[in-house]
Design a protein around this ligand. Structure first.
Ligand SMILES: [Zn+2]
Length: 342
């Protein structure tokens, strides 16, 4: 019946009248939200949200839901305990510095717990691409370049402006789309040439949007009981594309580094990229042997009897309006979007 709902006003009407009853239908499913960062600039980067949006979202959660830590959720599911109704968990992936500088103060203000899944080489700034995921590294090269325009006939880019962060993000999307189907050797060769072409000698690791936390910051944030640190591998590989021994090294290695650096047990894991095609049975088995739970990026609420080692999440970005956010938490956004709600 909702396939004819065409505009926000009607969605809002629907929301204001049926919010509580539809949410009730999903009360035994927890919503695990996925962010990468919170920024003070309005930018178009996946699951990096503007601070004003983040504040509105946390305010809604505080007033209408029950924010709990992911550890609490996993524990309750393991012990088959009933959780508070409308439980919501907040998660961040990778370990961006803005988690510490920008998201953390908001989480403190609303007293909302969060789990940050850290890629250890990103914090170390070591390895290929200085620990950055290759797509983020390309963005860092564009950010750090003092060139004012960019051309690459192979991609069909002529004199693209490099003056604003948004222009650089847009260019990064074009370059990464072009490189996605290339082999890792071809990718590496292209990125080395790109670095020379953009005349970048060293990456500036202090950029507020894209750089990582320092170990000192990870230690500081993890000392707060509000924040849980989880593992996210050492180098952020696509686990389904590497050998079984490397899967162990990546998953167990990141747990060991974090436990050593933070002097506490690390019990939660998030698969890099996290779509079903990005991990395999071996990765699941390793996670089962070393963690209490593992989390994917498969979209949806997590029913209490769901697989603890493939927990689902709801991605939140700047394109997620507050009314959409509310429908996501109620677990009905997708069905309304596809017109299948009744
Ligand atoms: Zn990640």
């Amino acid at each position: 019946m909702l396939s004819t709902v065409k505009n926000t006003a009607l969605y809002t009407y629907y929301l204001s009248h049926l919010w509580k009853s539809t949410q009730s239908a999903n009360r035994q499913k927890a919503a695990i939200l996925m962010y990468h960062g919170v920024t003070d600039q309005m930018i178009n980067l996946w699951t990096q949200v503007h601070i004003d949006n983040f504040k509105n979202q946390m305010k809604h959660i505080k007033e209408n839901c029950n924010p709990i830590s992911l550890t609490e959720l996993v524990q309750a599911r393991t012990e088959k305990k009933v959780l508070p109704e409308y439980s919501v968990c907040i998660t961040f992936d990778d370990g961006f510095r803005n988690n510490f500088t920008t998201a953390y103060p908001v989480l403190k203000e609303y007293n909302i717990p969060a789990t940050i899944f850290v890629t250890t080489s990103f914090i170390d700034k070591t390895g290929r691409y200085d620990g950055y995921i290759w797509t983020d590294y390309i963005l860092m090269l564009l950010i750090d370049s003092s060139e004012t325009n960019f051309s690459d006939t192979a991609i069909g880019i002529t004199n693209a402006s490099l003056n604003t962060l948004d222009e650089k993000i847009c260019l990064k999307e074009q370059i990464t789309a072009f490189l996605k189907s290339k082999s890792s050797e071809e990718k590496e060769r292209y990125i080395t040439n790109l670095k020379n072409k953009l005349k970048v000698s060293e990456i500036d690791h202090s950029h507020p949007v894209c750089s990582s936390m320092t170990w000192e910051e990870v230690q500081k944030i993890s000392a707060d009981p509000l924040i849980t640190i989880g593992a996210h591998t050492v180098n952020h590989p696509i686990l389904s594309q590497i050998e079984a021994t490397e899967i162990d090294e990546e998953i167990i290695g990141s747990k060991m580094i974090l436990e050593q650096k933070l002097n506490r047990k690390i019990t939660l894991f998030a698969y890099p990229n996290g779509r079903p095609q990005d991990y395999n049975q071996k990765a699941i088995a390793t996670a089962q042997n070393h963690f209490d739970a593992a989390i994917s990026t498969i979209e949806g609420l997590s029913p209490y009897d769901d697989d603890h080692y493939q927990l689902k999440r709801i991605p939140v970005g700047n394109d997620t309006k507050l009314w959409q956010f509310k429908l996501h938490l109620a677990g009905i956004y997708e069905s309304i979007k596809s017109g299948s709600a009744s």
